[in-house]
Structures are given as structure tokens and as C-alpha cells.
Design a protein around this ligand. Structure first.
Ligand code: S3P
Length: 190
């Protein structure tokens, strides 16, 4: 840590923190806790896409297809990344889109929640709202996505391992990693 830097005060985040990671990594769960500790708003990009479209993600995929969904996602991410700094949970595919990734790199600090396959399988099991996991074997699909996406997620500014541990433990780990990245103490609320 570099004590030449002033502490970052609660509510005074210099840039948005974007959580990146596969479905089931815990982006919303950890993001909500991180936002509370930093005293900034938490925003879930998938919810914002659903609000803007007036449809669920599953309905957007079904009616208009994935390409259309990605366009909407890009527009919503662009809007959110130019608004007040917050903690923003992105959908698992957002960082894979070159334009959205560029936007994140230019306007935010990205934090990859890196999870193993068993964690992702356990956390997504029995939940039908993710179109990419609704056909075929979810474990195989998640493994395929890990192979393609993890090398790109690795471009995130910060990586934090997450497993089946208590979310508060992962949140503290994320705060430590962010402090190291910023080179400044992060003052948090309990
Ligand atoms: C997707 C992840 C989902 C959602 C959509 C596509 C993906 O978000 O954006 O179903 O491509 O990985 P979560 O990662 O929040 O589940």
C-alpha cells in the first residue's frame, strides 16, 4: 500500500467498480455487499436491461436472439458507465464484447470473481432464468464458457477467488485486492 495516497472515503469512489465473472460466480451477491461497505449504490446490469426492454432476459433471447441482447447490453453498460460511480454487476457475457470491454477499461475498475466449475454448477443449479444454461448439460456449457472466457476475464484489473465460503469473506478479500490496486486505503462502513 502506498501511504502517499489519501484514503478513499466511503461514498467517494473515484470510478465505478464493475464485477466480471461467469454466471453463478456471485457478482450480485458480492457486489451488493461491496457497495454497502463502500457506501455507494449497487446496480445490476441485467436488471437495468430488463427494465429498459420491459422484458426478462429469457424473453429478450427468445424473441430477438442473443445478438440483439448484446446490443441492448452494450447500450445499457455505456449509460451506466457514464453515470455516478457505483458498484456494477455486469452480465457474464458483457466483458466478452470488445466494445463493452473497452468501455469498462476506459471508465471503470474491473474486478473478476474467479470461481471453479463446481462452485458455478452448484450456484446455478435449478434456476431457469439463464437462457445459456437452459439447453444441454449445464456443467458442460459452463466448462466451455470457462475455456473461452477465463483468458479474457483475466484482463480485468483485479482478480479475486470465490468459492462456497461466506460471502462476507469474499467481500473482504475483494476490498483488500482493491486497496492494493488503488494503492490507497479504502475506508469502509461496517
Ligand atoms: C449471460 C449471463 C447472464 C445474462 C445473460 C447472459 C452470459 O448474467 O446477462 O443470461 O452470457 O454469461 P449473469 O452472469 O448475471 O447470470
Amino acid at each position: 500500500m502506498n501511504d502517499q495516497h489519501d484514503p478513499i472515503r466511503p461514498g467517494a469512489l473515484p470510478k465505478t467498480i464493475v464485477l466480471v465473472g461467469l454466471m453463478g460466480a456471485g457478482k450480485s451477491c458480492i457486489g451488493r455487499r461491496l457497495a454497502a461497505r463502500l457506501d455507494v449504490p449497487f446496480i445490476d446490469a441485467d436488471n437495468e436491461i430488463e427494465k429498459a426492454a420491459g422484458l426478462t432476459i429469457a424473453e429478450i433471447f427468445e424473441k430477438y436472439g442473443e445478438v440483439s441482447f448484446r446490443e441492448g447490453e452494450r447500450r445499457v453498460m455505456n449509460r451506466l458507465l457514464h453515470a455516478t460511480p457505483c458498484v456494477l454487476a455486469s452480465g457474464g457475457g458483457a466483458f466478452m464484447d470488445p466494445d463493452t470491454r473497452k468501455l469498462i477499461k476506459e471508465n471503470a475498475t474491473s474486478l473478476w470473481l474467479r470461481a471453479e466449475l463446481d462452485t458455478l454448477v452448484a450456484r446455478t443449479k435449478g434456476r431457469g432464468h439463464r437462457p445459456l444454461l437452459n439447453s444441454g448439460d449445464p456443467r458442460e456449457k459452463l466448462q466451455e464458457l470457462m475455456n473461452v472466457r477465463y483468458p479474457v476475464y483475466a484482463e480485468a484489473d483485479v482478480a479475486v477467488d470465490t468459492g462456497m465460503d461466506n460471502p462476507n469473506v469474499t467481500t473482504s478479500r475483494a476490498l483488500d485486492a482493491l486497496e492494493k490496486h488503488f494503492g490507497a486505503p479504502l475506508a469502509t462502513v461496517p
